[in-house]
Design a protein around this ligand. Structure first.
Ligand SMILES: Nc1ncnc2c1ncn2[C@@H]1O[C@H](COP(=O)(O)OP(=O)(O)OP(=O)(O)O)[C@@H](O)[C@H]1O
Length: 357
């Protein structure tokens, strides 16, 4: 767990050190005061990047060209690992254990972290691209190479779409062969993952909502054999040329939430949609604990709001063991009634100033 975080020119957060030497830290405050910014800083120390933006510039306090966040991570053996992220004139430097590093993996391997963010509901009712992103995040947790295969697939797909637009059939065989190999790898891994979590997903959903909601993986491939996929690409070429892009492939994979043979999401309540998003994150956190054998840091950003106290309590009881948990809440939220976590440090956040509540 992080015993402290030191801020300098980070978003709207006042410069200085916040003591986080507890397994549970709570930030309370009105909207727009800086609570999420603090969770973002913890995430950045764990991953080297933000979960909210790719634009480094907006992370630096307005009017400055430099920012730093530093923390001291105590691992299971109580060994301290200092870590810092510095952004200067748009350039990022990461210091891990007092040495400059280019590798995000060394951060992530040491500080496993899962964020439960407000827009996680996109995994449930958003475009399929968000669903794929969620599954891919999980797969990368145990297979870092997966990300490279995904990038390769995206590049090939772009080139194939270009060929289609140019009405150029000559090189298609080469692209389709390569896409078949990558597509088979990517989609079969995604299916494997959904199969891995589907029973837990249904059991938890049934416990929380009283409904037998199922999660299903839908792929545009009918089989994951490379030869079958290759043939499939060939058979779809006519259609692809008529619509001007590649109509089948791993880029069309999606997830379906089914209840009584129907699409659950189309008539689920806001609370039920939020519940699905939370359950998916819980499964992700459990999976991370399982593959890394390390207790993760959990960041819970305003995600319990839509749920009644009984469901909040239940959901929190389903979390895996964690090394540290950070919450954000609106003021006057009776969080302590259902958190049941001893020795929390509770802070108020107002205009970027953080003080003991
Ligand atoms: N680079 C920056 N420099 C200065 N202030 C910033 C910067 N980036 C964001 N802010 C400020 O941070 C505040 C937003 O903080 P944050 O997103 O943490 O809100 P929050 O307390 O989590 O509220 P909510 O409950 O609405 O999510 C806004 O006032 C915004 O103007």
């Amino acid at each position: 767990m992080f015993s402290y975080i030191d801020f300098k020119n980070f978003r709207n957060i006042e410069d200085g050190v916040i003591n986080t030497n507890s397994s549970s830290i709570i930030f309370m405050g009105e909207n727009g005061q800086g609570k999420t910014n603090i969770l973002e800083s913890v995430y950045m120390l764990c991953y080297g990047t933000s979960f909210r933006t790719k634009k480094n510039k907006i992370i630096v306090k307005n009017g400055f060209s430099y920012m730093s966040i530093s923390g001291d991570y105590k691992n299971n053996n109580s060994i301290s690992i200092p870590v810092s992220i510095i952004l200067k004139d748009g350039k990022k430097s990461i210091f891990f254990n007092n040495k400059k590093t280019e590798s995000m993996e060394s951060l992530f391997d040491n500080f496993p972290c899962i964020v439960f963010a407000n827009d996680d509901i996109n995994f449930v009712n958003g475009e399929p691209v968000f669903q794929r992103k969620f599954i891919d995040q999980m797969i990368v947790l145990y297979d870092p190479l997966f990300i490279y295969k995904l990038r390769e697939y995206k590049k090939l797909l772009e080139s194939r779409n270009k060929l289609i637009k140019e009405n150029n059939i000559k090189l298609l065989d080469i692209y389709d062969k390569k896409l078949s190999v990558l597509g088979s790898f990517i989609s079969s891994k995604r299916e494997w993952f959904i199969n891995y979590v589907k029973n837990d997903f249904s059991n938890i959903m049934s416990d929380l909502t009283g409904k037998e909601v199922k999660i299903k993986f839908l792929s545009s491939y009918k089989s994951f054999s490379v030869d079958d996929i290759f043939e499939y690409y060939i058979n779809n070429r006519k259609k692809d040329f008529s619509i001007g892009y590649t109509s089948v492939g791993s880029h069309r994979d999606r997830v379906f939430f089914e209840y009584e043979d129907k699409n659950f999401v189309s008539y689920a309540s806001t609370g039920q949609i939020r519940t699905i998003a939370l359950v998916l994150r819980i499964l992700q956190a459990r999976f991370l604990f399982y593959v890394s054998k390390k207790k993760p840091i959990l960041l819970m950003d305003d995600v319990l709001l839509e749920l009644d106290p009984c469901r909040r309590k239940k959901l929190l009881s389903l979390l895996p063991e964690f090394s540290q948990i950070f919450f954000t809440f609106l003021p006057d939220e009776p969080a302590m009634n259902y958190l049941n976590i001893k020795n929390s440090i509770v802070y108020s956040v107002k205009g970027g100033r953080v003080f003991i509540a």
